[in-house]
Design a protein around this ligand. Sequence first.
Ligand code: ATP
Ligand code: MG
Length: 408
Amino acid sequence: MIKVQKGTKDILPEEMALWHKMEENAKLIFSNAGYGEIRTPIFEATELFARGVGDTTDIVNKEMYTFEKSERSLTLRPENTAGVVRSFIENGMHRLSAPVKLWYKGPMFRYERPQAGRQRQFHQVGVEMFGIKDATADAEIIELAEAYLKSLGLNDLEVEINSLGCPECRENFKNKLKEVLKPYFNELCDDCKTRYDKNPLRLLDCKVDSCKEIFEKPEVKAVIQGDFICEECSEHFEELKSYLDTLGIKYSVNKLLVRGLDYYNRTVFEIKSNNLGSQNAVCGGGRYDSLVGNLGGQDTPAIGFAMGMERLYSLMKSEGNEQLDVFVVSTDKKEALKLVKYLRDNNIKTDFDFNGKKFTKQMEKASKVAKTAVILGEDEIQNNKVSIKNLATSEQITVNRDELLNNI
Ligand code: ATP
Ligand code: MG
């Protein structure tokens, strides 16, 4: 039998309600904030990612699906910022009045070791804003991420922010970091030994315990926790924090947050959940003021984020988001059919037992799949009434049929 490929998944009809909710809310919330949807191709020139994501990143070094056609090297997109930036440049969007605001959703491809929350084909929804250097843009982006997550019923999330400074302050920091880590070089994991030369900032991202211990050594910690960013960058970061305070957004500063992609400068952020195990990041984002210029466009500041939709899905699911609103429990199939139609016509997500099983079996099913049972027993049918049972609290009331909608 031919099976689905490792690290890929079918998304089945019973899962679709939550996927539609993620997609519809993205459209609603992002377009409300002035973002237009963009759809770019799923494969691009390999060089776009090598230059756009950075050839010292894990994504480019180990995770790309690359193939050749007519002597061209092509790659399935591992993320969508590079593609959006290519399109921004190619379509002359710098001529539009700033800010240019775009959002996208769709499949991404990374050759990773599949595990919970990590697939080889997965989906992201994200936004990018071009043309604004001011920290108000950074605040809007983080606010937008939070508003979207809230719209999906996800509240229990933590926002972490950091500033990587500009290329100049970062160079300074990289040198200090290398110097203080030099005596420990032989104790670093193999990946970190490579990072030490190629991309020292990424050391801080290491998940290996023995490396984490080294970062806790007093002299190393002092460098990591120290303020390395220049005055201008630090002013920008302070402004961002004050805007987040103004917006009532809770955050913490995590100096180890460096993000996987090479192109970030100044603000980087992540939104994490405590209910996802080790793959706990649902959203990653940051500012990338030099990327448009590096890919051959006119220098344009930019900032954005991407969220992993499979991780959003599992959080929504664990919060009971996919449940039915109502399961109709009835001793009479015709009455059940009529009531189900009536509720569905009123946009209430409803289902019932097609086989007319025993009352107790129907109640058992209702408590598994719905928030509310609407009950039509013989008494109710005779008196033109319905009973409504809240399946979380077990409270039950009986009302006239025409009061049903007001009581669900
Ligand atoms: P991680 O640290 O989990 O590997 P990342 O830094 O590689 O994440 P980004 O490239 O910033 O992630 O992508 C943004 C979001 O996309 C992540 O926060 C995560 O929710 C999701 N994501 C990334 N890689 C995968 C994957 N292989 N499978 C499922 N979701 C993913
Ligand atoms: Mg990754």
